[in-house]
Design a protein. Structure first.
Length: 183
């Protein structure tokens, strides 16, 4: 949803589309529902699904009808047509979160988790060798896994690298982030 929204937001900000604001207004309603759901303590996936179905489904239908109506009203090569077509081609994915309370409205969180690695991608072209690149990838995986398990990556790696030389190979799994216990 964030990617679809971004396409219309860029059109609105640059003044390339007078109708993009209508889509942004509808999408904002989805995010308002999500904000309200986050405020509910101990909100279950089923409660989220029900609220999304009740309040979000009619807005989603309205958005779909708006896009289908305007798809052929704007020139097919215009940026507005491209934004509409982008959304319509991904409609199933855009609306999937309405049927499952466990799904987020967008994938911004995971993209933010990956961003540091994506930004350094060009730097890692010069890791020295394929083997060095693989080692760097392993370290990055351990760091992200440590973060996902609520660990301080620096403390985790310091402890693991200190213990590793004397640790028995058969017990190596104990050092993985999801099983690690600090010494």
């Amino acid at each position: 949803m964030a990617h679809a929204r971004r396409k219309f937001h860029e059109l609105h900000v640059t003044g390339k589309s007078l109708i993009a604001e209508q889509v942004l207004s509808l999408i904002q309603q989805f995010y308002q529902i999500e904000a309200e759901l986050r405020e509910i303590p101990d909100c279950t996936a089923e409660q989220r699904r029900q609220r999304r179905q009740q309040d979000g489904e009619p807005i989603m239908q309205q958005l779909y009808e708006w896009m289908k109506e305007h798809q052929f009203k704007v020139p097919s090569s215009s940026p507005t047509a491209k934004a509409i077509n982008y959304s319509l081609k991904r409609w199933q994915a855009l609306s999937r979160y309405l049927d499952d309370g466990n799904l987020p409205i967008d994938n911004n969180w995971i993209e933010n988790q990956m961003r540091p690695w994506a930004l350094g991608r060009k730097n890692w072209l010069f890791a020295g060798s394929l083997r060095s690149g693989q080692r760097a990838a392993n370290i990055m995986t351990l760091i992200q896994s440590a973060k996902l398990n609520g660990l301080d990556p620096y403390a985790y790696l310091t402890d693991v690298l200190t213990r590793l030389p004397t640790h028995k190979m058969k017990d190596i799994e104990e050092l993985l982030p999801h099983k690690w216990n600090p010494t």
